[in-house]
Design a binder for this molecule. Structure first.
Ligand code: ATP
Length: 234
């Protein structure tokens, strides 16, 4: 289980996170929800170790990893799929996927993982020799998530997966995320699309101006009057 407690983080003098606390169970989908600039992406960056926490702790299975390098966290199974997909456009789909498995290159299971991803996402198999830059938005997002899976994550954090995708593709992607979670991966979804995210997630945490304000099951969050008023227009 991953636990973050009292996280604070800065960009220069600007405090982006003030007090972020929540837990991720060993599997299932958890959504991190909040308005623009609330600190969702920053929270992922602190968990993945690319931005240091100035206060608070990140604990993985009872061990404090607040000071661990990002490489060490990837080795321990914490993997982030960045917002905007960040694929290498001039490399093929398969080359992008294989790069995702770099941290696990020594275990000899890259081919096995690749085949598994192709069977879960047949569209990617069809496009394996195509340049990533020529894919549609939805296919690029699939490729980015597939690349994250190549690192064999125990925790997969996906930033704004639904951004810019057609509704039918969004539904497919959320279905895929549920499948990944059912295989024992803990998925943390950062989403602005609250309704969609709550439908896909088992649990959710709300963040407002760098502070986590509510955590609970999707049902509890959906029925919370303050959340309804602020995020669901009810
Ligand atoms: P969005 O959905 O708009 O991406 P978010 O909840 O993910 O929002 P963050 O990207 O975490 O928000 O940003 C939190 C705050 O930190 C914002 O005020 C943002 O302007 C600021 N911020 C983010 N990245 C940087 C940076 N590299 N340098 C300076 N300030 C930053």
């Amino acid at each position: 289980m991953l636990k973050v407690e009292g996280l604070a983080a800065y960009y220069g003098d600007f405090q982006a996170l003030e007090n972020v606390s929540f837990e991720l169970p060993d599997s299932g989908v958890t959504a991190l929800l909040g308005a623009n600039a609330a600190g969702k992406t920053t929270t992922l960056r602190v968990i993945s170790g690319v931005l240091p926490a100035t206060a608070g702790t990140v604990t993985l299975d009872g061990e404090d990893i607040t000071q661990a390098s990002s490489e060490e966290r990837v080795r321990r199974g914490i993997v982030q799929v960045p917002e905007g997909r960040k694929l290498f456009g001039t490399l093929t789909v398969e080359e992008n996927l294989l790069l995702g498995g770099f941290s696990r290159r020594k275990d000899g299971k890259s081919r096995e993982r690749l085949d598994r991803i192709y069977s879960m996402l047949p569209k990617l198999a069809e496009r394996r020799t195509q340049l990533a830059g020529s894919l549609s938005g939805g296919e690029q997002q699939m490729c980015a998530v597939g690349r994250g899976l190549m690192a064999d994550p125990s925790i997969l954090m996906i930033d704004e997966m639904s951004l810019g995708l057609a509704p039918v593709i969004v539904t497919q992607m959320f279905g895929f995320v549920k499948e990944i979670a059912a295989e024992g991966v803990s998925v943390l979804l950062v989403e602005q699309h609250v309704q969609h995210a709550l439908n896909a997630a088992d649990r959710a945490t709300i963040i407002e101006k760098g502070v986590t304000t509510h955590s609970g099951t999707s049902e509890e969050i959906r029925n919370d009057p303050k959340v309804r008023e602020a995020y669901l227009g009810a």
